[in-house]
Write a protein that binds this ligand. Structure first.
Ligand SMILES: C[S@@+](CC[C@H](N)C(=O)[O-])C[C@H]1O[C@@H](n2cnc3c(N)ncnc32)[C@H](O)[C@@H]1O
Length: 276
């Protein structure tokens, strides 16, 4: 477990993932009924952008740094406002997915956060503080997912955001996803993946388009030509059971985020891998 998100927090991939995650949670919050947020790979919760790690890569400058200064169309500005309010709330601090959820969600909602790295788990516990709505689990995210679905609330979002350090991560993910979906087919799932020109990414998409899971939306954004090696240029998010308005919102946001964070030939793609 060598991956440290502190090097990458607030980069273009975090911006896309978190901005879309906020749109999903806001939609789920339109109903008063409680919801559950399950974060299988939670990270440390809050990132210091002036830290040695963040400064060494400077990745946040090409993500939240650019977005903070960008001039947005009125439609995108409205959709991004809740995310930007949270992401820019503290100078030189970037919130991870657990803190975004903690700030956004209501008294009746619950959050289950898995973080396996002992050091990161301790930092996450500290970042979360005393919040009876949140449970931090020092365990493998897939084991946590198995134990958490279906949640008693019967509505909510699962975020699966692994570091892709294991060679068979995509295969494990596809297996665990199908297992979770079988137990809880009405939940919304968002799965982040690094968009690279590799057979593993193609196989993952193909597996989802041929598998039994229904309503699978694939969103991809490239800030430059896709590569198989080197610094990440592309970000992908699979959303299962996206809210009714989500596709239209993503079609508004992705081209604008691609334009703002472009380093070269930026592109985006939104497609259904599996329908109803
Ligand atoms: C990409 S980061 C998470 C970022 C976070 N979801 C966010 O958006 O702010 C991945 C995290 O997964 C943790 N991790 C690695 N293997 C894990 C496992 N098997 N189960 C749970 N967490 C794991 C790493 O320590 C790292 O903190």
């Amino acid at each position: 477990m060598n991956y440290r998100h502190a090097y990458h927090a607030g980069n273009f991939a975090d911006v896309v993932k978190h901005a879309l995650m906020v749109r999903i949670l806001l939609y789920l919050m339109r109903k008063d009924a409680p919801l559950r947020f399950i974060d299988t790979h939670a990270g440390i919760g809050r990132y210091d952008l002036s830290s040695e790690e963040a400064q060494r890569t400077g990745e946040w400058r090409g993500g939240i740094g650019l977005l903070a200064e960008a001039s947005l169309s009125p439609a995108s500005a409205e959709l991004l406002k809740p995310y930007l309010d949270l992401a820019l709330a503290e100078p030189m601090r970037y919130p991870g997915s657990p803190m975004i959820a903690q700030k956004l969600l209501r008294a009746q909602d619950r959050m289950s956060l898995c973080e396996l790295h002992p050091h990161d788990e301790r930092r996450l516990v500290k970042a979360v503080g005393r919040d009876p709505r949140m449970k931090v689990l020092a365990m493998d995210g897939y084991q946590g997912l198995r134990a958490s679905v279906p949640p008693p609330e019967r509505r909510g979002l699962v975020l699966i955001d692994p570091p892709y350090e294991q060679r068979d991560e995509f295969e494990t993910l596809a297996l665990e996803l199908e297992r979770a979906w079988t137990k809880w087919p009405t939940g919304t799932y968002a799965i982040w993946y690094p968009l690279k020109a590799t057979p593993e990414v193609d196989a993952f998409r193909a597996c989802l388009s041929q598998g039994k899971i229904r309503r699978v939306l694939c969103l991809e954004l490239l800030i430059d030509d896709v590569q198989s090696e080197g610094p990440l240029k592309g970000t992908g998010l699979i959303v299962i059971n996206p809210p009714f308005v989500f596709e239209a919102e993503a079609r508004q946001l992705l081209p604008e985020l691609a334009r703002i964070m472009a380093q070269g030939r930026a592109q985006h793609r939104i497609s259904w891998l599996a329908g109803e």
